[in-house]
Design a protein around this ligand. Structure first.
Ligand SMILES: [Mg+2]
Length: 132
């Protein structure tokens, strides 16, 4: 089930966030209709349809050549990865459009059917697993 993949990814990301390696959030998309106390329902718009399931952000130290000072300086450059978790299904058109839009802005985008695919992508950032 896709929810199992998502759960495994969230658990792994939470550990990495607790270690200070990255920051992430779960993003819910679409529309939900919660029930009010009086039994009526209301319309609640979440993130736009097609938005990735997980947003992952981390900073990498980069050497910057600053002509106004002697030598180089360091700055943290943010990296943004959108993760779409899938069990078997294919990307919807809305998800394809979302991917194209965020890639155009320099974000990375990854479809994962297994938590190991996420771990492999982020191992260069968080370091190898213990015992590897
Ligand atoms: Mg998904």
């Amino acid at each position: 089930m896709e929810s199992h993949v998502l759960r495994a990814c969230k658990d792994w990301l939470q550990i990495q966030q607790n270690l200070g390696k990255l920051w992430f959030m779960r993003v819910n998309s679409g529309t939900v209709y919660p029930t009010n106390r009086d039994g009526s329902t209301r319309h609640l718009a979440l993130a736009p349809e097609g938005t990735g399931d997980l947003l992952v952000i981390w900073g990498e130290v980069a050497q910057v050549i600053d002509p106004t000072i002697e030598g180089d300086s360091e700055e943290i450059q943010p990296h943004i990865l959108w993760v779409e978790t899938k069990h078997k299904g294919k990307q919807s058109q809305a998800q394809k459009d979302f991917e194209a839009q965020v890639r155009e802005q320099g974000c990375d985008y990854l479809i994962v059917t297994d938590v190991d695919q996420l771990i492999n992508r982020l191992t260069p950032i968080v370091g190898p697993r213990r015992g590897e």
